[in-house]
Ligand binder design. Structure first.
Ligand code: FAD
Ligand code: NAD
Length: 475
């Protein structure tokens, strides 16, 4: 007799594994099928996020930032450490160990929540049946009352610079270099390009980033992007905007990259080229033709606001559906799908999904940019506070950047908060919570913030929106 479950989840990234746990917490029987294979051929739960994305990139960002600060900042504090040397093997060992601990933890969570983790390929057939093919062994058919598709995404490849996993690589390989490339080229100054470019620049690479668009970080508030551009260039990232790559030829020793920009035809020779031009939904062999699942023209699974596909009882969540490709967005969709299956009401507030870029300084935002608010036609006000005027930022030696709050002129509701500066990724949580509760700048103005803390910059920016900043004159 074939196995049957209340819920079968395909994919165990941050969208799928969270959906599986939440569904099990509702008392349903749950299986979660996942086929991720690491470069050593071993399976691990956690998907891109834990194995090749959020976690390993942040491990290297942390290590490389400490290396940089030990070299350049400790002296200012009166700490003399002598020559600071890099042990890249030890740094990579730490990264791998953190990944192993966290991916192993998901197996433990599955066990504790009675989720059956199945290692292998899952495919949705017609009639909510799922074909499960284990890594070694015969395919079997599983009956599911509900299915949640969470297959994630994969790097987009450029035809003129195909990945060879040696000289032209994707973001995953770029996290596992065992030596520091002398000259690193990056195509795409998006989130991955800037985070990974920063890692290797801090560790000693000369980094050239080629960005097709004429402006940096088009999705961020312009004031933030302008500070970011200056900071990254100060750090030595050579960012070429409006760069159209025309050819990339890999040889034994490196890659010759040709591109056009405002100054004409250019050629650079790099040791390694990272291609980071976005990711595409990964739906290869996921759904049988007669499954009824519909893909849009870019390959995303078509869903409604509640992540329901066109097939009753089948949901799709995470990077494979519309919206930002962010781990926390996928996880919240997983919670929503499981709650709805359990018959509870649930929703995701897509207006307040925070974004964070983990460079130094960090960049974080939630809600609308000033240009978006302007375009909406709603009268608005803004308030900014520079970290240069923050006591806590000063003692941390991290005074670059600012907080900017945008609010409606009519009812004072906060419409967007944009931060570039120390711990922006942590600070943004206050803004997200405020916006989740439709807070006004007055609510934040009247909230007591500890002193001295970085969060005071949010308080002051909210005050500045009414020209009432107390520790800065911004009129
Ligand atoms: P994935 O994490 O991609 O997981 C999907 C899983 O499903 C995989 O294990 C895959 O093998 C499996 N699968 C696919 N098809 C099948 C099938 N048919 N059968 C069985 N299994 C299948 N986001 C953030 O929010 N913060 C960050 O700091 C951040 N940093 C990143 C850094 C990098 C370098 C990269 C590449 C991404 C980063 N992201 C970050 C994005 C984040 O990783 C993704 O948004 C997130 O992983 C998406 O989750 P998911 O569960 O939808 O898909
Ligand atoms: P991205 O969309 O952030 O950036 C891609 C960049 O490449 C864009 O600036 C684009 O203009 C540029 N580009 C595209 N084609 C080009 C070409 N031919 N030549 C030069 N430039 C070109 O994509 P990404 O950096 O690959 O990241 C993929 C996804 O992963 C993102 O959507 C992001 O949400 C997610 N991610 C998130 C984090 C985080 O949350 N901190 C970190 C890494 C990745």
């Amino acid at each position: 007799m074939s196995k049957s479950f209340d819920v079968v989840v395909i994919g165990a990234g941050p969208a799928g594994y969270i959906a599986a746990i939440r569904a099990a917490q509702h008392g349903m029987t749950v299986a979660c099928i996942d086929e991720w294979q690491n470069k050593d051929g071993k399976h691990a739960f956690g998907g891109t996020c834990l194995n090749a994305g959020c976690i390993p990139s942040k491990a290297l960002l942390e290590s490389s930032e400490l290396f940089h600060r030990a070299k350049h900042e400790f002296k200012k504090h009166g700490i003399m450490v002598g020559a600071v040397e890099l042990d890249i093997a030890a740094m990579q060992k730490r990264r791998a160990s953190i990944v192993r601990q966290l991916t192993g933890g998901i197996g433990g969570l599955f066990k504790a929540n009675k989720v059956e983790g199945l290692v292998g390929h899952g495919k949705l057939l017609a009639g909510k049946k799922v074909e499960f093919t284990p890594a070694a062994g015969e395919a079997e058919i599983i009956d599911a009352r509900h299915v949640i598709l969470a297959p994630g995404s994969t790097p987009m490849e450029l035809k003129l610079a195909p990945f060879d996993d040696d000289r032209i690589v994707d973001s995953w390989s770029a996290l596992e270099f065992d030596e520091v490339p002398e000259h690193l080229g990056v195509i795409g100054a998006g989130i991955i390009g800037l985070e990974l470019g920063s890692v290797w620049a801090r560790l000693g690479s000369k980094v050239t980033v080629l960005e097709a668009m004429d402006e940096l970080l088009f999705m961020t508030d312009r004031d933030v992007a302008s500070v970011a551009g200056k900071e990254f260039r100060k750090q030595g990232l050579d960012i070429r905007l409006g760069a159209k790559v025309t050819s990339a030829k890999a040889g034994k020793k490196g890659v010759k990259v040709e591109f056009d920009d405002a100054s004409g035809e250019q050629v650079i020779d790099v040791d390694i080229l990272i291609v980071a031009v976005g990711r595409r939904p990964f739906t290869d062999d996921l759904c049988a033709e007669d499954s009824g699942i519909q893909l849009d023209e870019r390959g995303f699974i078509v869903v409604d606001d509640a992540c329901r596909t066109r097939v009753k009882g089948v949901f799709a969540i995470g990077d494979c559906v519309r919206g930002p490709m962010l781990a926390h967005k996928g996880s919240e969709e997983g919670v929503m799908a499981a709650d709805l299956i359990a018959g509870e009401s649930s929703e995701v507030n897509y207006d307040v999904v925070p974004s964070v870029i983990y460079t130094a300084p960090e960049i974080a935002w939630v809600g609308k940019t000033e240009d978006e608010v302007k375009a909406s036609g709603r009268p608005y006000k803004t308030g900014s506070f520079p970290f240069a005027a923050s006591g806590r930022a000063k003692v941390m030696e991290q005074t670059s950047g600012m907080v900017k709050v945008i609010a409606a002129k009519d009812d004072d509701e906060i419409l967007g908060v944009h931060i570039i500066g120390p711990m922006a990724g942590e600070l943004i949580a206050e803004a997200v919570l405020a916006m989740e509760f439709s807070a006004s700048t007055e609510d934040v103005q009247r909230t007591i913030h500890a002193h001295p803390s970085l969060a005071e910059a949010i308080h002051e920016a909210a005050l500045a929106a009414d020209n009432r900043a107390l520790n800065f004159v911004n009129r």
